[in-house]
Design a protein around this ligand. Structure first.
Ligand code: 5GP
Length: 125
């Protein structure tokens, strides 16, 4: 069920619980600003989620409220994970679903990182 991305951050969302270690995840990379882990229901050969550690619902929420250090840390993390997974040369795709029209289901900002093979058209409508 898509979320309303204008609602305040819910600290009990599933990714907040993964960050606190209350739920398991197959972690692939972590630093002070971001965590990357495998999607529980992968939609490509490589499907990793990269999330900021701060309480942000969406990309626009991050851009409005996060510090420059948090924003830089998160953006760098996405690139670092792509490089460390060996995705730069073959190519990959980033996706950040937002709100109802975007189909966002988890109300903690996450960037999907897809790769591991050709990904097809950008949108299937
Ligand atoms: P959204 O539609 O919000 O952009 O995508 C949420 C993603 O989170 C989905 O791809 C879904 O499979 C993934 N997901 C939901 N719950 C969990 C979980 O508990 N663990 C992990 N690793 N991924 C999850």
């Amino acid at each position: 069920m898509p979320i309303d991305a204008t609602l305040p951050y819910d600290p009990n969302n599933v990714f907040a619980r993964i960050l606190r270690g209350e739920l398991p995840a197959k972690r692939v990379w972590e630093d002070e600003h971001a965590l990357a882990f495998h999607d529980i229901a992968p939609q490509s050969a490589v499907h990793v989620l990269v999330i900021p550690k701060g309480p942000y619902v969406s990309w626009d929420d991050l851009s409005a409220r996060a510090s420059d250090a948090e924003i830089a840390g998160f953006v760098r993390a996405v690139g670092t994970v792509a490089r460390e997974l060996g995705l730069v040369a073959p190519g990959y795709r980033l996706l950040a679903n937002t709100g109802a029209h975007g189909g966002q289901e988890v109300p903690h900002l996450h960037v999907h990182l897809f790769g591991g093979g050709p990904l097809g058209p950008m949108l299937v409508r």
